[in-house]
Write a protein that binds this ligand. Structure first.
Ligand code: G3P
Length: 217
């Protein structure tokens, strides 16, 4: 499973990228607003740091303006994936940009039918939002399973990019299901390293190191 990092914070992207943990980056208007940066400027900076796909989202609602925005975003760098919402206009834009050879990430997906339409429209990535479904008491992971089954049934190339990931548990469950990509905030990726028994075991080793005066350097 590829790891994308869901942030527009340059320092956090750099830190994880240096560790080989970043296969791509996703941003959205809320993350850009949080960064306080200009969208074109910060997206260019991210594209220069990361080799993999960097998703940058359009802000218009109609297909014509979305397409113009998408074309402008695509010019930032070769690794841009234009992110469009899963609306009819978004699907029209997805088809047009995909036909031009631009990677497209169709976002705000909350149903298997929406994912089916995005694949038909040539999406490179479909972004089902797990956490936001969980928030309304619908099992978000079940949607990832359903899309996996449907895409495998028909051999669609569209990659399942599990989004709105809120916990380390979401990450391992997505990997078990076979999501192609999971995008998560940096804190969630770091939290994957934590285990209470690791901490307990290390405390025991440290006590013995001190007792026995073990030194290596
Ligand atoms: O990039 C979109 C997505 O990951 C949003 O997550 O936590 O705001 O639902 P969240």
């Amino acid at each position: 499973m590829k790891f994308f990092v869901d942030t527009a914070e340059i320092d956090q992207i750099k830190e994880l990228n240096d560790l080989g943990m970043v296969d791509g980056v996703t941003t959205n208007p809320s993350l850009i607003a949080k960064s306080g940066r200009d969208i074109l400027e910060v997206t260019k900076e991210i594209c220069d740091i990361v080799d993999g796909p960097v998703s940058a989202e359009v802000v218009a609602l109609d297909a014509e303006t979305m397409l113009a925005e998408g074309r402008k975003l695509a010019k930032i760098a070769d690794n841009i994936a234009v992110k469009v919402p899963l609306t009819w206009a978004g699907l029209q834009t997805c088809k047009a940009l995909s036909d031009e050879g631009t990677m497209v990430n169709v976002t705000l997906c909350f149903s298997a039918n929406q994912a089916l339409l995005a694949a038909k429209a040539g999406a490179t990535f479909i972004s089902p939002f797990i956490g936001r479904l969980d928030d309304i008491n619908i099992d978000g992971l079940e949607l990832i399973e359903d899309i996996r089954t449907i895409y495998d049934n028909y051999g669609f190339d569209t990659q399942i990019l599990a989004a709105s990931i809120r916990s380390a548990n979401h990450m391992s469950e997505c990997a078990k299901i076979g999501a192609d990509v999971a995008t998560a905030p940096p804190a969630v990726i770091k939290n994957m390293a934590n285990h209470v028994l690791t901490d307990k075991g290390l405390a025991g080793f440290m006590a013995d190191i001190e007792k026995a005066g073990i030194k290596i350097l």
